[in-house]
Unconditional design. Structure first.
Lengths: 323, 166
């Protein structure tokens, strides 16, 4: 989401245009048969000027535009998935014509909002890329070609206050679209609670495979649990899971294989949501139901510390038990 | 490089600094304004100020040599007067001491040497950040090139350089 107001965004984006007078002075410095200073010194000055406009708030703004663009894609994608769920809801409505019609209307709205989201994301991408390429990137076009690009008769046509106003307006519109998408999904989840998944689409979660191989990597001092989907420990799900990012089904059955060849004399300790240790696996295979998962930590079978809770990331309430 | 070319370049440079200064805190941060100023100043010092200063030094040495020559000639004349004792015929030689060729030009040469140092010191402040009174310590001073006082100074200096004795 953008933390800047429209006027703040405009102030940032107008700087390359307002800087034109300064750039013209620099060009005067290096122009003529006997320039006041050299081309390379002028380029150094121009770099200083561009460094100024692309630092501070501009960095934050472009970072936020990147996030806005990603979030619009993500929420539009989630809205797309919601169309399936609304279809399922229509199936549940059966012959209730008014309910079916209401759901069809919901479907149309969701589809339109999804479309608007993708279009807004495209606009954000277009403006972000163009402005970065021209002014705010590492080696922008107008910095490298200031001698010809700024005085060009086309400059004032390509970049002027009216153009910036349009860009700001479209960014503001994209921000509002995202807010609408979020509030609409909140409403849909509240309205069709049993059908629409209550999962946040941001920081997407993964289902834990029913048969996994877990190895404590590195060593006993700083073990890191990596989850693999094959016995040869080749295909990994990874080891750095965010909080509530692995899903297990409450009634599902999971086979856990633990490998301690790298962090020798260790065991895997599985703890449920009540902080009860339900099992320790040491170089063996065991099967558990989903309700047993909340946290995994590494335990040393000899020596201290016994529980290496601080040294890995899987033991950070990574599991969400889904009914 | 003559004075007109020199002063034109210094004014273009000063105009740029004034533009930068105008945008300070509006468009540019103070550090950017100072950094850009220093980049320009460093090169103006070596590429504009220093070459003209070298020419001025040459002029100064010529004036100084001429001064010494005339000063020596006057001393010789006085020595001659003292050596000969009082002789009414030497009054004519005394008159020679009172001509433009000696006394007046001596003073003019000394004055011109002093003025050249003054003028070059003024312009050095614009681009040499090591000068104790460097304008880079207060960029507002660059605005003075738009003042009447600067205009008068430039007019006087232009006349001065065109009337040099060397």
């Amino acid at each position: 989401m953008l933390s800047f107001t429209s006027s703040q965004i405009k102030a940032i984006l107008m700087k390359p245009i307002q800087m034109k007078a300064c750039i013209n002075e620099v060009i005067t410095l290096q122009a003529g048969a006997t320039p006041v200073i050299s081309t390379s010194a002028c380029m150094d000055i121009v770099i200083e000027l561009f460094d100024d406009i692309r630092t501070g708030d501009a960095v934050t703004l472009f970072s936020e535009l990147g996030t806005l663009e990603a979030e619009l894609h993500e929420w539009s994608s989630y809205l797309y998935r919601t169309t399936d769920e609304l279809n399922a809801e229509i199936g549940l409505a059966g012959s209730n014509v008014s309910q079916v019609n209401a759901l069809r209307s919901e479907l149309t709205n969701v589809f339109n909002l999804m479309n608007t989201g993708y279009a807004a994301a495209a606009k954000v991408t277009q403006h972000k890329d163009q402005l970065s390429n021209d002014f705010f990137g590492a080696s922008p076009y107008y910095q490298l070609n200031y001698v010809t690009a700024y005085p060009a008769s086309t400059f004032d046509l390509i970049y002027n206050e009216s153009v910036i106003d349009t860009i700001v307006s479209e960014l503001e519109s994209a921000k509002n679209t995202l807010a609408t998408q979020k509030s609409e999904l909140t409403r849909l989840r509240a309205t069709y609670a049993t059908t629409i998944e209550p999962i946040t689409p941001v920081n997407s979660a993964s289902w834990l495979p029913t048969n996994v191989w877990i190895r404590a990597e590195d060593n006993n001092v700083n073990p890191r649990l990596t989850i693999y989907t094959d016995a040869n420990l080749i295909t990994g799900l990874g080891s750095n899971f965010q909080t509530d990012s692995l899903l297990v089904r409450q009634g599902g059955t999971y086979t856990i294989n633990y490998d301690d060849t790298l962090a020798v004399n260790t065991a895997l300790k599985i703890i449920d949501s009540g902080a009860n240790t339900v099992s320790i696996i040491a170089g063996t295979t065991a099967t558990y139901t989903g309700d047993k998962f909340r946290t995994m930590i590494v335990r040393q079978t000899s020596g201290t510390p016994a529980d290496l809770t601080a040294q890995h990331t899987t033991g950070m309430n990574s599991f969400v038990v889904v009914p | 490089m003559d004075f007109n070319t020199f002063s034109d370049r210094m004014e273009i440079y000063a105009g740029f600094i004034n533009r930068l200064k105008h945008y300070e805190n509006l468009l540019l941060q103070p550090t950017t304004v100072l950094n850009a100023t220093k980049i320009a100043a460093a090169e103006v010092y070596t590429e504009v100020y220093a070459p003209f200063a070298v020419e001025c030094n040459v002029i100064t040495f010529k004036l100084k040599d001429a001064f010494i020559e005339r000063h020596d000639k006057a001393l010789d004349l006085i020595d001659e007067l003292i050596g000969n004792g009082y002789n009414p015929a030497d009054v004519l030689k005394l008159n020679a001491l009172n001509t433009d060729e000696l006394n007046l030009k001596l003073i003019t040469e000394a004055e011109q040497i002093f003025k050249i140092y003054y003028i070059m010191d003024y312009y050095r402040k614009m681009c040499d950040e090591t000068h104790p009174e460097s304008w880079l310590n207060d960029l507002n001073l660059f605005q003075t090139i738009n003042d009447v006082s600067y205009s008068n100074l430039k007019t006087d200096t232009t006349i001065f350089f065109s009337n040099l004795l060397y």
